[in-house]
Design a protein around this ligand. Structure first.
Ligand code: AMP
Ligand code: MG
Length: 398
């Protein structure tokens, strides 16, 4: 069977994935969530004209002669009277402007003796006043739909007195590893065993990208154990299994899942690493069967599962950003599969990126992955690359 091109695999996934439901949450819980609608302000900010500085509220036309200070306006407690000709009011940053005044003179430009002030410098009428609505008006859109909410958006929404935010649900992701050789981190490691590194990685990847991971543990490579474990796959949006999707005698997960209702959409993609990936529908849940080699699983996550998670959450950028960088060394010609090389780029002072992929590319190798900050994307049958050639990179680390 011909291998499915990467672009076709991705469009099959994205065509089958919908946005999740919406929910209304407290602004305090909104960090990292994705707005499901435009959020408008409930008030005008500032709600009143206010002083932008500590100083004195005056009438600009009066400032050539000494003025008498008749009161004070502080933030949270305004001057309630009306300021008359020849008068001034002491005022502080954020305090409401004074009725009858049109200018604030900063205190550094004033000499005061008792209740009398002399203005030494004030160049412009209307100085140092924040106008009502100078930031935003009631009903202005503060945060647009599909924004990933960060600390700045939270401040803006708080200032607009928006206490509840409509966001998309976070995708729930069940994670199952398979393999008789796997032990959990921290175990005593006996002969023939290795430590499960994919599950901790996927738990972290899911959290890092806005999802909620559910660890189903590790199934032995037996029909019985895999069956037992997949019975726990419920109430999630994505089910990802790791390992056992290739063609070895112990690669049984696909068959066991098919017996339990899996409809395979595709198996095997023209990519290196990651070829044996399986994608399908497991009783209404999006199923990704990842190869067990950690770097293969990671590359499949970056190319396929992350875009699906982004789409579910309403994130417009479907996956890692891409860029281009110049090769620090030659690269041999590509083959019949897309190749994702773990690589490291550096940016110089003028913004040029230079990329290096000389660490080992074995898909079993995790150190290379952890030391990389990008993947070089090499197209099917890419020609040989020469130092200085521009290549596409996926920015896996911001
Ligand atoms: P498999 O896809 O099951 O044939 O596994 C391919 C390779 O990945 C084997 O060397 C496995 O031992 C290794 N492997 C599978 N699952 C994991 C895991 N969860 N953590 C670390 N290595 C794994
Ligand atoms: Mg295995």
């Amino acid at each position: 069977m011909a291998l499915l091109p990467v672009a076709d695999a991705l469009s099959r996934i994205l065509n089958s994935v919908d946005r999740l439901e919406q929910e209304s949450i407290s602004l305090h819980d909104a960090l990292g969530r994705v707005a499901a609608k435009d959020h408008k302000s409930n008030l005008t900010q500032p709600p009143f004209a206010a002083s932008a500085m500590d100083g004195y509220a005056v009438r600009y036309d009066d400032i050539s002669a000494p003025l008498i200070v008749v009161g004070e306006s502080q933030a949270g407690a305004s001057f309630t009277g009306k300021m008359e000709k020849g008068q001034a009011v002491r005022i502080f940053t954020g305090a409401p402007m004074v009725d009858g005044a049109d200018t604030v003179v900063i205190q550094e430009n004033i000499s005061r003796v008792g209740d009398e002030i002399t203005i030494n410098d004030c160049k412009q009428k209307g100085s140092n006043i924040r106008k009502a609505g100078g930031d935003f008006m009631v009903d202005d859109v503060l945060v647009y739909s599909n924004t990933i909410i960060d600390a700045r958006h939270i401040a803006l929404l708080a200032a607009g007195n928006v206490a509840k935010i409509d966001v998309y649900h976070q995708p729930k992701v069940a994670i199952l590893s398979t393999g008789d050789e796997l032990l959990e981190v921290g175990s005593e490691i006996g002969p023939d065993k290795i430590v499960n590194s994919n599950v901790p990685m996927f738990m972290a990847l899911v959290k890092e990208h806005g999802g909620i991971p559910v660890n189903l543990g590790t199934a032995k490579d037996t029909v019985e154990d895999v069956k037992n474990k997949i019975a726990e796959v419920k109430n999630v949006d994505i089910f990802v299994s790791i390992g056992g999707v290739s063609v070895g005698d112990y690669d049984i997960i696909q068959d066991v899942l098919k017996d339990a209702g899996l409809k395979v959409n595709f198996w095997k993609v023209a990519m290196q690493p990651g070829k044996p990936i399986v994608y399908g529908d497991f009783n209404g849940i999006h199923y990704f069967g990842m190869p067990g080699n950690p770097s293969s699983a990671y590359v499949c996550f970056a190319n396929f599962m992350l875009p699906a998670m982004c789409k579910m959450q309403g994130i417009v950028q479907l996956g890692f950003k891409t860029s281009h960088a110049q090769l620090e060394h030659d690269l041999k010609a590509g083959g019949p599969r897309m190749n994702y090389m773990r690589a490291h780029y550096k940016e110089n002072e003028t913004g040029e990126k230079w990329v290096n992929a000389t660490l080992t590319q074995s898909s079993a190798n995790l150190k290379t992955l952890a030391r990389s900050n990008c993947l070089i994307v090499r197209d099917v049958d890419a020609p040989q690359g020469t130092i200085g050639d521009l290549v596409k990179i996926i920015l896996i680390k911001s």
